[in-house]
Design a protein around this ligand. Structure first.
Ligand SMILES: [Zn+2]
Length: 411
């Protein structure tokens, strides 16, 4: 017997298929031990429902998608930067804001000054917002601590969140976010500290599965990035990179050379970098929220990515400075409106391709037998609606590994 069988639904499986969205109209889906055990047309069910599953759930014609995956966030941070936003709108430059202690330094300070318990409380609210909008798997980066105590504090908050909420959290150590002020005149020492002291502890305590480097003129050079990648790879971390966002440094190709899971941002990427991503099996994670919020005009080379069959993922990049957007459906809309994604491409980018960007493609990202029964039910007439509304859309029902979550449980 199957555990659960959902009926009276339509499925957007996102499997490779000639049908848009890999759709199955008038479908049914069943789970057993947290995995999808059967899906297809209701008329193809091998027996009458009551003989097939212990629990039959009659739905109301909703569309079911795989649980959404936000594969790039900085969800755990203290404070906010709304004053800075107002100053920027009045024409003040980022350099001037930075010089007065604003910018990323203010988030660094605010996060260091926020206790574990308080950070947990703030992050819990943000995480529940994401879950209500259909997210069942999320990546969370550190990077606002930048010393041992505070980087571990952020990563421990992420671990704790995963204990409290039934969501998959992939943690990434982004100690190479910026050089902290106390190391400004000795940046080589900071890189050395990351690889000699921080990463071994993070590995030993199993606090992150990947490391990330912000490879940019205002952050870390290509050479520094490679030093960190080399050691991280030896320690057994997966690799990620923030690359070619504001200028071209060659970080994406370097990441692909080291077979990074993903290279993220990529506005200034060139054709040879796209070829390198294709060769390295590295996913291109594009972040239209930061593009929008920073009023950027350089669009990532999306046609080249399509041409070379590089999987494209989209993510919120949720952070207080450059992408204060905690909604994947908003991000899907931005990708469609600003970059001409089709709604189907946008949905694939936050499911099947986002799973690959986290190395989880065997477990989640599409509705297929053997994958986790991570199911999101939407009261919509067509899956294109998911990219159509600019506001974050709430799902009707949220199921993780076959277990349904009652939203009244949420704060
Ligand atoms: Zn980021």
């Amino acid at each position: 017997m199957w555990d659960k069988l959902w009926l009276n639904i339509h499925l957007a499986t996102l499997r490779p298929s000639k049908t848009p969205y890999g759709a199955i109209n008038d479908g049914a889906i069943a789970s057993k031990d947290g995995k999808i055990i059967w899906l297809g047309k209701k008329s193809d069910l091998p027996n009458v429902p009551s003989k097939l599953a212990s629990q039959i759930i009659e739905m109301d014609g909703e569309w079911v998608t795989p649980g959404l995956i936000d594969c790039h966030t900085h969800l755990i941070f203290g404070g906010q930067r709304a004053d800075e936003f107002a100053r920027k709108l009045q024409g003040e430059s980022y350099e001037s804001i930075l010089a007065s202690g604003g910018g990323v330094l203010s988030t660094l300070q605010a996060t260091r000054n926020t206790s574990f318990q308080e950070l947990l409380k703030i992050a819990s609210v943000r995480l529940q917002d994401a879950m209500r909008q259909g997210v069942t798997t999320i990546e969370i980066k550190s990077g606002y601590g930048l010393n041992l105590e505070n980087e571990l504090k952020i990563l421990c908050v992420a671990k704790k969140l995963e204990k409290i909420f039934p969501i998959t959290i992939q943690s990434t150590c982004l100690a190479a976010h910026v050089v902290p002020p106390e190391y400004r005149s000795q940046r080589a020492h900071y890189v050395q500290w990351i690889i000699d002291e921080l990463l071994p502890v993070v590995k030993k305590e199993n606090l992150a599965s990947a490391i990330d480097v912000f490879c940019e003129k205002i952050a870390f050079s290509l050479e520094e990035t490679e030093i960190i990648f080399r050691r991280a790879k030896i320690l057994g971390f997966d690799l990620k990179i923030h690359a070619e966002q504001l200028s071209w440094l060659g970080g994406a190709a370097l990441a692909a050379h080291y077979q990074a899971l993903s290279a993220d941002h990529l506005e200034y990427m060139r054709e040879e970098d796209v070829m390198a991503l294709a060769k390295g099996g590295t996913v291109a994670v594009l972040l239209p929220g930061a593009f929008y919020f920073l009023r950027e005009i350089q669009i990532p080379p999306i046609d080249l990515l399509r041409q070379y069959h590089v999987p494209i993922a989209l993510a919120t990049d949720f952070n207080p400075g450059t992408s204060p957007i905690n909604s994947l459906s908003t991000i899907m809309n931005l990708a469609c409106v600003l970059w001409n994604f089709t709604p189907e491409e946008a949905l694939r980018s936050v499911t099947v391709n986002a799973a690959k960007a986290l190395g989880l493609e065997e477990e989640c990202g599409s509705l297929e037998v053997g994958k986790n029964a991570d199911l999101v039910f939407w009261k919509i007439e067509t899956p294109a609606e998911l990219a159509y509304y600019l506001h974050g859309r709430r799902c009707e029902k949220w199921v993780k590994k076959g277990v349904s979550m009652d939203f009244s449980y949420f704060s």
